[in-house]
Design a protein around this ligand. Structure first.
Ligand code: PLP
Length: 335
């Protein structure tokens, strides 16, 4: 059997399942809440789940004032990011994004035989993206805001101006927006921007990475269009019920977000004293630069797993206070 050409040079997404005592590599939250699973859900597992996610979407709408017809749920936001490509991108079309950013934009683009172009991240990233838009006329632009892995953040008013200037699909991936400022979300701006799609996930601040749940918000007509290529029943009934449980615990979750933001500030200040460069971050992670040693390998030997990138860059998830103390002590010992 021959693998299709587009996949020949790809390697699988590899979360490196290596044992460690502290996991600071995947931007999860490192504490869990007492989620309860309703018996009714467990006793109806012989049935397919509600494909539309009606109850979950109603709960989201009640809680955040969204409009029902403008939301679609997915198996993690990853499914919905790929769905955008399945729906709007044909082979050889261009997909535009930023470098570095979430690696799956490029992976999905390549799988679907699109041409992926990325613009190096600078302070003028939207100007640079616009120049690239004029030059390459992409079908889709992906912007992770805050950006994973650098932690940078583009204010809402600038994004809106940009979205109005281009006519292609613009996806604002708000996987980490809770760690920046929820007032900066673009979800409530879909009515005036027909090309805007906003994705959210329960995997990060909401602490449900294991359940696989995300959602996308866009104008009603766009959501109808996305339904054509959607995999049926991709979000299990157990996951939908867990999403509703998490929404009930919003107060605890928002408190935990504030705690993580505080730990982010103290960790940033401590790491800044030790490492060659630490970038300010609006996510639950810090992007750092260090060339005196291989920080990934050295920390792994001490049981701490972070994420390594090329050219001396690393991404460190903000864990608990105790975990950050252990991290800082470990780095002190290494330098
Ligand atoms: C920017 C960004 N978007 C989307 C995702 C995918 O999240 P999920 O599929 O778990 O919702 C991630 C995961 O790391 C991410 O960093």
């Amino acid at each position: 059997m021959t693998i299709k050409k587009a996949l020949k040079n790809l390697t699988p997404y590899d979360p490196k399942l290596i044992d460690a005592s502290i996991y600071l590599d995947a931007n999860e939250v490192n504490t869990t809440l007492p989620f309860v699973l309703n018996q009714v859900v467990l006793s109806s597992l012989n049935r397919y789940p509600d494909h539309q996610g009606t109850q979950l979407i109603e709960t989201l709408c009640e809680q955040f004032g969204y409009q029902k017809e403008t939301i679609m749920i997915g198996s993690g936001s990853s499914e919905l990011l790929e769905l955008i490509i399945k729906t709007y991108v044909s082979p050889s079309d261009v997909i535009l994004s930023i470098d570095p950013t979430f690696v799956m934009y490029q992976q999905y683009a390549t799988i679907h035989q699109a041409t992926y172009i990325s613009v190096p991240e600078t302070n003028d990233i939207l100007d640079d993206l616009y120049q690239a838009y004029i030059a390459h006329l992409p079908k889709v632009i992906f912007i992770s805001n805050p950006n994973n892995p650098t932690g940078s953040f583009i204010p809402k008013d600038k994004l809106i101006t940009f979205i109005k200037k281009v006519s292609c699909v613009v996806v604002i991936d708000e996987a980490y927006i809770e760690y920046a400022n929820l007032k900066e979300t673009l979800i409530y701006d879909i009515n005036n921007n027909p090309n805007l799609f906003v994705t959210r996930t329960f995997s990060k601040a909401w602490g449900l990475a294991g359940a696989r749940l995300g959602y996308i918000v866009s104008q009603k007509e766009n959501i109808q269009t996305l339904k054509i290529a959607k995999t049926p029943y991709s979000v299990s009934s157990v996951t939908q019920a867990l999403g509703i449980e998490a929404l009930k615990m919003d107060q605890e979750i928002f408190k935990r977000i504030e705690d993580i933001k505080e730990i982010r500030t103290s960790t940033y200040l401590s790491l800044k004293e030790m490492l060659q460069e630490v970038f300010p971050s609006y996510g639950n992670f810090l992007y750092v630069y260090e060339t005196r040693l291989n920080l990934y390998e050295a920390l792994l030997l001490k049981g701490i797993k972070i994420r390594g990138y090329q050219n001396g860059h690393y991404r460190i998830t903000i864990g608990t206070n105790e975990e950050m103390t252990q991290l800082i002590n470990a780095i002190k010992g290494l330098l």
